[in-house]
Design a protein. Structure first.
Length: 245
C-alpha cells in the first residue's frame, strides 16, 4: 500500500469528508508518528501511526499479504515465551498490532528465506493444509558430497517416524570439497523434514534457505526485509468459484 494524502485516509476511515479532514489537519488535531501533520501530507497506514485527537486511526483494510525474507534466529510466531525475536518484530510498530498479521506456515528458527505473513484466514488455510500440495523450493548446503545413489533415494522419499515421505525434486547446484549445495522442491512440509532427512542420510544441513513458494520467488529481497504482495500475486492461491460452490 502506497502513501496517500491524509485527508483521503481520514475520509476513507469514515471520520468525515475530505474538507472536514483538512480542517482537522489545519487545527493540529492530526499527528503522524507523533508529529503534527499538515494539509497535503501523505502517510501509509501500514507503517505510520496516524492519530486524531490522540486516538489511533482505524483503517479499513482488506486481505493483506506480505513476503518476508526471514533471517536465522527469528521465530515464526506472533510472540515467543522465551523472549526470542519473532517475525512480527521485523515489521514497523504500526503493523504489529491491530492488523491481524500472522505467519503462514513455518520456517524453523535456524532456517531463513521466504515466509508469508497474512491477515486472511482462507489464504492461510489454503497454503498450509497438506491436501493442496503447494510446492516450496529450498537451497540447502549439506556437509560432505552425497553419492548419486543416496540422492536418488532422497528423491524417492525417505520414510520418517515410520511413515513414507512423498517424492520430491532434487538437483545438485554446486559441490565443494567438504560440502554440497542442493536445490529441493517439495510439496510436503513435516516438522524439520529436510534437516531430519539430511541427518538420517549422513549429510547434516549447514544452511537452509527457502527461495520460492510455488511461483513466488524470494528474488533479491534483502534479509530481514519485507514487501507487500499485489493481489494478482496471491489471489491464485484462493479457491475458485467452482471449488467454493
Amino acid at each position: 500500500m502506497a502513501a496517500e494524502r491524509l485527508q483521503k485516509l481520514l475520509s476513507a476511515a469514515g471520520l468525515g469528508s475530505r474538507r472536514q479532514a483538512e480542517t482537522w489537519l489545519a487545527a493540529g488535531r492530526v499527528r503522524v508518528n507523533g508529529q503534527p501533520a499538515q494539509v497535503g501530507d501523505r502517510a501509509n497506514p501500514l507503517v505510520d501511526r496516524i492519530t486524531v485527537d490522540g486516538r489511533p486511526l482505524q483503517t479499513r483494510l482488506g486481505p493483506l499479504v506480505l513476503l518476508l525474507n526471514k533471517p536465522t534466529g527469528v521465530v515464526c510466531s506472533c510472540r515467543d515465551p522465551e523472549g526470542r525475536p519473532t517475525v512480527l518484530d521485523l515489521l514497523p510498530p504500526a503493523m504489529r498490532q491491530g492488523l491481524g498479521l500472522h505467519p503462514v506456515g513455518r520456517l524453523d528458527v535456524a532456517s531463513r528465506g521466504a515466509l508469508l505473513l497474512s491477515n486472511d484466514g482462507a489464504l492461510t488455510l489454503r497454503l498450509t493444509h497438506p491436501r493442496y500440495g503447494h510446492q516450496k523450493t529450498y537451497r540447502v548446503w549439506v556437509r560432505g558430497r552425497p553419492e548419486q545413489a543416496l540422492l536418488q533415494r532422497w528423491r524417492a522419499g525417505v520414510p520418517l517416524d515410520g511413515h513414507p515421505s512423498q517424492p520430491l525434486r532434487l538437483r545438485v547446484v554446486r559441490q565443494k570439497s567438504e560440502r554440497c549445495l542442493l536445490e529441493i522442491t517439495m510439496a510436503e512440509g513435516r516438522n524439520r523434514q529436510i534437516r531430519r532427512t539430511a541427518e538420517l542420510l549422513g549429510h547434516p544441513v549447514i544452511d537452509l534457505q527457502r527461495i520460492a513458494i510455488d511461483a513466488l520467488q524470494l528474488g533479491d529481497l534483502p534479509e530481514g526485509r519485507w514487501r507487500q504482495l499485489e493481489p494478482q500475486e496471491w489471489e491464485p492461491w484462493l479457491p475458485s468459484c467452482s471449488e467454493s460452490g
